[in-house]
Ligand binder design. Structure first.
Ligand code: C2E
Ligand code: CA
Ligand code: CA
Length: 716
């Protein structure tokens, strides 16, 4: 325990000695000074907890010393007990006037003085704690932008905390004492409401809680949250009203920002998929509850990709923004009213942009399907207006599918799916039109159509990727080439097999674009490898019939090779028998042209079609690929074994290289090796793999040699 330090300032040396004796026994540590000057210095040096100060000092008087001590920062709150020899009220009052904490009359009753000192010290500690917690409270209020006030309505007087004034940007003298004095600073739209709340608190004793905006000098518009509680006297009369006012501007801003990030589309400012789903859910539930009807319009722009391709993405963005605005302007405003209770006061929330060129509209409270049809027609017309400001007028059309809730779906998923189906049906009927969903819509047909539509976006949305499957020489273990196989990573369906989407692309004509893309990418990657100084191998691309007969084929290949300064030796083209035999005369010409360019030609899936031997001889071919259907069964099916052996013999006769594809087992590899097939491709060696994996394989090369060792083990 620490002893409290008492400083006695008195020139009476006997009294000093007695004080030492008594007060030390009472548990104090006593220091003494005999005049004013040393006394004041001792306060500074010794930092006493309490001062006993005689009124009469040789160099000054006690009152003056008291006054001087109060002016020093160190002793503003220091307890000072004046020792007066004069037991009259005048000197007592004087002591207090000069800032004394207490007084004590001489001659001194030491026992009593000990108690008095204890008492004064304790009282002072309490005061210090109070001052400390008040400071902490003020600090907390400042940090929380929280002002507090007490309003005494009968005197129309208000006491406000410092932070309250800070919030209002006002100084205490400027804001009149009445609580109503804030009204001129309140936003005009909120003024009536705030006035009413104040009046009701004052007259009827209603507590309140509300948010309102004010304009604060130098701080601009602020949003405040205010809470007021009315206190009554025992008689029931209103006594006073206590309130806290918080500046929540930053909070509100942050909430707005979060909301806009989470719920709105950056480009158009329309609702995004998330908000759209929530609203749709809400509207469906309401329709079910109230027996009303709502409609979902699913809008997809026709051939939007072409705009992006020909005019650039910036132009594409402008088109999407313009269309967003136009769709918005087609919505009746009465649809808005119905949404009010869901915090929606913006009609644009009914319109959403889900993906690149997909928009949706939710119509609420429609009385008949024709209402939705009318809006759809209006939207089609609005969209079809020329879009200016892009250097040339651009005309866009859209297809709209309509599903009605709840009859076409009672949950979000099914109504979206059905509106989507109807949209594809609209596209199928010839674009720039709308269709209602009906139950006879054939999911399978539309699914294909949907796939086609998605495929058109796959290139621009980077969903396509090239995989590589090595062709191996099993005798040396060397990678002698690779087949390039297209992969589509669909955002919803996952990996879609080329067996599924290539036929769709062929049917829709999109295969032309797709083929051009594969050619370009394969050559670019080959160039990349050469630049990196990697061991490179020829890459084989697959062509569909439409690619092969397209007039752009030869110029495209020539330009791509030239642009990338790539030797044609690195390009292989795989063509099926069916393609070759379609129009033999034309085929010969194209093949000759490709051959003249120095490109290696391979016949894919050999053995599955019908090939006339005489024609085969006339074609400038380099390679036959035995179809994997035969390879699969060579061990168990003598027919397939015979055909495979015959193809190998034929290839040798025609001096063509022969490749077996789909080699999965060492037995198959062994069989093929014995018959003289020296190039193989299949899961036994490697599955088709992404570019990075194939690069690693090219760099290591060794894995294949290990593979080959395994084959020879079987062989021996
Ligand atoms: P394809 O030209 O006959 O390609 C060989 C197919 O066999 C590939 O299927 C390949 O992954 C698969 N395969 C390879 N080794 C094995 C094996 O050991 N066992 C089995 N069961 N299969 C194996 P994928 O990649 O699914 O391609 C399927 C077809 O899609 C290709 O058949 C080709 O006709 C077409 N295709 C792929 N990419 C393109 C392309 O870029 N353009 C065109 N026009 N068609 C392509
Ligand atoms: Ca192939
Ligand atoms: Ca094949």
């Amino acid at each position: 325990m620490t002893f409290k330090k008492i400083l006695l300032i008195d020139d009476d040396l006997v009294l000093q000695a007695i004080a030492q004796d008594h007060l030390t026994r009472d548990g104090f540590n006593v220091v003494c000074a005999s005049d004013a000057a040393t006394g004041i210095q001792a306060v500074i040096d010794e930092k006493p907890d309490l001062v006993l100060l005689d009124v009469v000092l040789p160099d000054s008087d006690g009152y003056k010393v008291c006054q001087e001590l109060r002016a020093l920062p160190i002793s503003v709150h220091l307890p000072i007990i004046m020792l007066t020899g004069l037991d009259d009220s005048h000197s007592i009052v004087q002591a207090y006037d000069y800032g004394a904490t207490d007084f004590f009359v001489k001659p001194i009753n030491w026992k009593l003085l000990g108690y008095r000192i204890h008492y004064v010290l304790r009282a002072n500690r309490t005061l210090e704690q109070l001052a400390h917690s008040e400071a902490a409270l003020a600090n907390a209020q400042r940090l929380a932008h929280l002002g507090s006030w007490e309003w005494y309505p009968h005197e129309d007087r208000t006491e406000r905390s410092d932070e309250y004034y800070r919030i209002y940007g006002a100084d205490a003298s400027l804001l009149a004492s009445s609580m109503f004095a804030i009204l001129p600073q309140v936003h005009v739209e909120d003024q009536e409401r705030v006035r009413k709340a104040l009046e009701e608190a004052k007259n009827a004793g209603h507590s309140y809680q509300q948010e309102f905006r004010i304009s604060a000098p130098r701080r601009g518009m602020r949003v405040l949250h205010e809470q007021a509680r009315v206190f009554r006297k025992p008689t029931g009369q209103i006594d006073y009203i206590e309130g806290i006012t918080q500046d929540i501007t930053e909070l509100v801003d942050a909430q707005k920002r979060i909301r806009s990030l989470a719920y709105y589309d950056n480009l158009t400012g329309l609702a995004n998929r998330q908000l759209f789903r929530e609203l749709l859910q809400h509207e469906l539930q309401r329709a079910l509850r109230q027996g009303s009807q709502c409609a979902l319009l699913f809008i997809d722009l026709d051939r939007f990709k072409r705009i992006n391709d020909t005019l650039g993405q910036q132009a594409g963005d402008l088109v999407l923004q313009t269309i967003g605005v136009r769709i918005n302007s087609c919505i009746r405003s009465c649809d808005v009213a119905a949404l009010h209770h869901h915090e929606i006061n913006n009609k644009s929330e009914q319109v959403a942009r889900l993906g690149s060129d997909e928009f949706t509209v939710i119509l609420t409270d429609i009385t008949q399907p024709e209402d939705a049809a009318q809006v759809a027609q209006r939207i089609l017309e609005a969209i079809a207006q020329p879009i200016e400001g892009l250097g040339q007028d651009v005309i866009v059309s859209a297809s709209i599918g309509i599903a009605l809730g709840p009859q076409d779906g009672t949950d979000v998923e099914s109504i979206i799916k059905n509106a989507d189906l109807a949209m594809y049906a609209a596209k199928d009927t010839g674009r720039n039109t709308y269709r209602f969903f009906d139950r006879t819509m054939n999911e399978a047909v539309l699914d294909k159509f949907r796939l086609e539509n998605d495929l058109r976006k796959a290139i621009e949305q980077n969903q396509l990727e090239l995989y590589f499957q090595p062709k191996i020489n099993p005798l040396s273990g060397e990678i002698v080439g690779a087949e390039v196989l297209l992969r589509w990573k669909h955002p919803q369906r996952g990996m879609v097999s080329p067996m599924t989407f290539i036929p769709v692309a062929e049917e829709s004509g999109f295969i032309i674009e797709l083929g051009a893309w594969v050619l370009k990418r394969a050559c670019e990657i080959n160039r990349e490898w050469q630049d990196k100084g990697m061991p490179i191998v020829p890459l084989a691309i697959n062509l569909s019939a439409a690619n092969f007969t397209h007039p752009n084929l030869l110029p495209d290949i020539r330009r791509t090779l030239e642009d990338l300064e790539l030797s044609p030796n690195f390009l292989v083209i795989e063509l099926t028998e069916g393609i070759l035999m379609k129009d033999v005369q034309e085929t010969v010409e194209t093949l000759n042209a490709l051959k003249r360019m120095g490109i290696y030609l391979s016949v894919d899936d050999f053995g599955t079609g019908y090939s006339s031997l005489s024609y085969l001889k006339r074609f400038p071919l380099d390679e036959l690929k035995i179809d994997k259907g035969f390879v699969q069964d060579i061990i168990n099916d003598p027919n397939d074994a015979a055909i495979t052996a015959a193809i190998i013999g034929l290839a040798q006769n025609l001096k063509l290289n022969v490749v077996a594809e789909g080699v999965e087992t060492t037995e198959q590899a062994d069989f093929l090796l014995r018959r003289g097939c020296n190039t193989m491709q299949g899961y036994l060696f490697a599955k088709p793999m992404p570019q990075g994996d194939f690069e690693n394989l090219l760099l290591s090369g060794m894995d294949m040699r290990d593979m080959q060792a395994a084959i020879f083990m079987v062989d021996c």
